[in-house]
Design a protein around this ligand. Structure first.
Ligand SMILES: *Cc1c(COP(=O)(O)O)cnc(C)c1O
Length: 396
């Protein structure tokens, strides 16, 4: 295997489009139902025995796949979602890309897709952002972002269920409308008894496509009933795991009187190791240690019901780099608040009963949620220097 070509960003070739698109207006974006992607993408293909081809930056366009391609039959697909941020100082930045590339490697491994050096993928991601940034995220859009989607699929023609012998890694950038925190905070509906997002021994901890399509049915029901997302419970105990495609945090006062910020643990592999989750935990442990204990541990919906009854729930929020909320749900959006990687949760509905959770005025973040959100937003948009942030040089 030693003679297989590694993924090598230094071998990138660039073919720029001769047919650049016009950047669509915000209004057109909000009305359209398809995701518009920027002018270019990066691809690299892999073959068993040969390894990785030289990556190519080229015009965005369709992939050539046979109907028998393995990804279409056995869900050999994994992806990442991360953002490039336009700072108020005009600079372009990315946040902890290394975390996303490492998670991508883990997800690929879980579904037998090939391995690669995550640092090479990081270079490719930064390159694509540097090429697209000035046109698609111009300096007058300070405070806004682009959504970067690295993806890998099995591409070999293979109807036998075996390890893919060919794969394609590609990076595209979605130009998404800015959709913001729901007014009044997010309201969650607990998952129905007959559905589970993830299970012990499964793959809910990996960002593989197979986790997401099947979750939409439950989410549609939540939206139909007037909620924003599903709170996925696990097991007969009703352990709280994740809120839709975001990690779930609760700040409460424990029975011993101590304030605790808690979120589900990683060790049983039920939840995704979110970059935002990790960042919230690390910042809270460092900067709030005198006030609150930060724990990764199991807790149940009953724990929350009991705490609500005893007025011990202080705040709750969802954390994650979501693409956008479902605009078709007719949700009212708060256009002033663009930093919705952290959204306050104001209510959880479980089996006919509401759990109400305090938020700030109009469902804005309350104290601790607001602090954490502010720290992260300051890093992403360049108001605070931090080692988690990389400035992306731009191709003019
Ligand atoms: C992507 C994702 C998250 C959030 O991860 P971030 O790295 O913070 O964007 C949380 N839960 C699920 C299920 C996800 O797919």
């Amino acid at each position: 295997m030693a003679d297989q070509q590694p993924l090598d960003a230094s071998k990138l070739t660039c073919t720029y489009t001769s047919n650049p698109q016009e950047v669509p207006s915000k209004a057109a974006l909000r009305n359209g139902s398809e995701t518009i992607c920027t002018d270019h993408m990066i691809t690299a293909s892999w073959k068993a025995g040969a390894g990785w081809s030289a990556p190519e930056l080229k015009p965005f366009g369709p992939l050539g796949l046979l109907p028998s391609a393995s990804c279409l039959h056995y869900a050999y697909e994994c992806f990442e979602g991360l953002k490039a941020y336009r700072g108020e100082d005009g600079k372009l930045r990315m946040f902890r890309t290394d975390r996303n590339t490492r998670r991508f490697l883990m997800s690929a491994g879980r579904i037998s897709l090939p391995q690669f050096d995550p640092d090479e993928l990081e270079k490719l991601i930064h390159k694509l952002v540097s090429v697209e940034g000035s046109k698609w995220l111009p300096q007058d859009r300070a405070g806004d972002f682009l959504y970067v989607r690295p993806t890998m699929i099995g591409t070999d023609s293979q109807l036998g269920v075996t390890t893919p012998r060919e794969a394609l890694l590609y990076i595209i950038i979605g130009y998404t409308p800015r959709v913001d925190t729901p007014v009044g905070g997010k309201r969650l509906l607990t998952s129905p008894d007959d559905m589970v997002r993830s299970w012990v021994g499964g793959f809910g901890y990996a960002k593989v496509g197979a986790n997401y399509g099947p979750s939409v049915l439950a989410n549609q029901e939540a939206i139909r009933q007037g909620y924003h997302q599903i709170l996925w419970l696990y097991g007969t105990e009703g352990f709280c795991t994740e809120a839709g495609g975001s990690n779930f945090f609760v700040l409460w006062k424990r029975k011993d009187g101590k304030k605790e910020l808690m979120t589900a643990p990683l060790d049983d592999q039920l939840i995704l190791d979110g970059v935002t989750r990790r960042s919230c935990i690390e910042l809270a442990r460092e900067r709030l240690k005198d006030e609150i204990e930060v724990t990764e541990r199991k807790f149940t919906i009953e724990d929350l019901q009991e705490a609500a009854a005893e007025n011990r729930l202080i705040e709750s929020f969802a954390a994650g780099t979501a693409v956008s909320f479902d605009t078709s749900s007719g949700m009212i959006l708060d256009a002033d608040d663009s930093k919705w990687f952290i959204t306050p949760i104001s209510q959880i509905h479980h089996r006919g009963k509401d759990i109400n959770i305090p938020t700030g005025p109009d469902g804005r973040p309350a104290e601790i949620t607001g602090k954490i959100k502010g720290w992260l937003g300051d890093m992403m948009y360049g108001r605070a220097q931090h080692e988690w942030v990389t400035e992306i040089p731009e191709k003019s």
